[in-house]
Ligand binder design. Sequence first.
Ligand code: HEC
Ligand code: HEC
Ligand code: HEC
Ligand code: HEC
Ligand code: HEC
Length: 360
Amino acid sequence: MRRIVMTMFLSLLTVVFLYAYADAKVSGICSSCHTMHNSQDGSPMTYDSSTTPNGKLLRGTCVGCHAQNTSSNIVNSIPQVYHSDATDLAAGNFSYVVTADSSGHNVQGIVTSADATLGNTPPGYNSAYDPSSTGFSTASRLVCAGSNGCHGNRDSSDEWTAVSGGHHGDDSILKYGATTFTLTGQGASVPTSYRFLYKIKGAEDSDWQDTVTATDHNEYLAETYATRGTTDSWANMKGTISELCSECHSTFHLGGTSGIGSASPWLRHPTDVVIPNSGEFASVSTTYSDETPVGRPAASLTDGLTAAIGTVTAGTDRVICLSCHRAHGSQYPDSLRYNYQSSLSTGNGCLRCHTQKDAY
Ligand code: HEC
Ligand code: HEC
Ligand code: HEC
Ligand code: HEC
Ligand code: HEC
């Protein structure tokens, strides 16, 4: 017993030591986020006043902290994924999914029921191409993190274990800045992965795109898909955001006849392919737009990048899943970034890239 207590004391000391020296990410006093016993003056310390304690001695769960459903998209520096603020952050808003199933991901704890049409099954799922050791289980709901979620290391089925070390880790290499940003080392751990999406690379806008302009936004890596064997592994990942989506929606991203094909005529809409500098694409809108973001090759995400790139360059930049979709949810069916079912006007949505197709 004595030994256990001693070990615990020592590891606590180590944490405090590391915390003091590491370039910690979350800041503030410990007690704003943690509670040692979930009890103070006999009352629970959890934000929702639940007597059930949370993992990592926290005062809330992922949903409790990040999906407070208030009128603000950022609450006490905590980015909100479910809110009624007029401005959504980069991944959209789960509020649309609460209203209409097809608007995005039915994440447990935020959206009461699983998707009435899709259930818990990710369209296009192929376990051979899920790099996680556990794989996605359709026996349970989609959650924020771990094997049945998107964030953290998906080898772990426990959400806290999956994200462990993320919030206190040094993520400065993901932030714009002459002395900070570099792709080197990104993806090595959860905190050094783009938005705690294990292995994924990019550049993080410091306000999660609360303000978004052509030169103020996130950047996503897009590279030719790594050659895959018959089974996938983390080592095969190049770190593109479309690879993240394809951990669960594999066949929408893989090459070959069951996937997207390999060249025009394509079989499914290609992603991680270069926007050609020819034909209709030669006159692609050169101003970056949050309506149809593009991915960048590693060569464009150079060390010391101080700000987001404001242009789109045919022949260099690539179409990605997020050129058309929001990751969490949007006001449109299939979590699309623009209205695809009606009123596609000149220069909008699909037509930003397919410049010679007619508006309708
Ligand atoms: C703004 C909220 C916040 C504050 C303030 C905060 N923490 Fe945390 N802490 C978290 C979250 C969220 C996690 C769990 C997820 C993770 O590990 O990323 C966590 C995890 C931890 C862990 C587990 C780490 C691991 O690797 O699994 C320890 C230990 C910890 N915090 C200690 C502290 C101490 C000590 C302080 C005060 C100096 C503190 N925290 C302040 C939010 C906070
Ligand atoms: C105690 C409140 C709290 C809990 C619980 C919590 N978070 Fe966070 N989270 C925060 C705060 C605060 C930040 C913002 C940190 C910063 O300033 O960059 C954050 C940031 C994030 C980010 C964005 C990181 C970035 O690069 O900007 C992600 C993703 C995230 N959390 C996921 C999760 C997941 C998944 C869980 C559950 C396993 C979780 N959080 C639990 C408070 C919390
Ligand atoms: C951990 C697995 C997982 C990952 C990773 C994932 N999804 Fe999904 N996705 C699902 C599941 C499960 C469903 C079906 C249930 C639902 O809609 O919630 C789904 C459904 C969808 C739908 C249809 C929504 C609807 O209701 O019709 C879209 C669009 C989608 N995903 C896009 C994406 C994009 C884009 C990414 C990457 C940013 C992504 N997904 C990453 C699991 C995943
Ligand atoms: C970010 C740019 C971009 C957006 C937005 C975009 N596409 Fe594409 N699309 C491409 C690229 C790049 C190709 C592949 C071109 C090539 O190499 O042949 C492509 C290919 C296609 C093809 C296959 C053409 C062939 O030769 O086989 C169709 C059809 C298509 N897109 C329709 C759409 C529709 C419909 C939308 C809107 C829902 C859309 N695209 C949105 C960039 C885009
Ligand atoms: C060019 C725009 C575009 C791109 C790029 C794109 N999608 Fe889609 N996605 C759509 C549209 C439009 C739909 C509606 C269904 C359809 O047209 O096939 C859709 C539907 C979906 C669905 C729902 C399927 C269902 O059965 O309900 C999922 C899941 C999905 N996309 C995931 C992805 C993933 C993952 C990627 C990247 C690998 C991706 N999408 C890239 C436009 C796009």
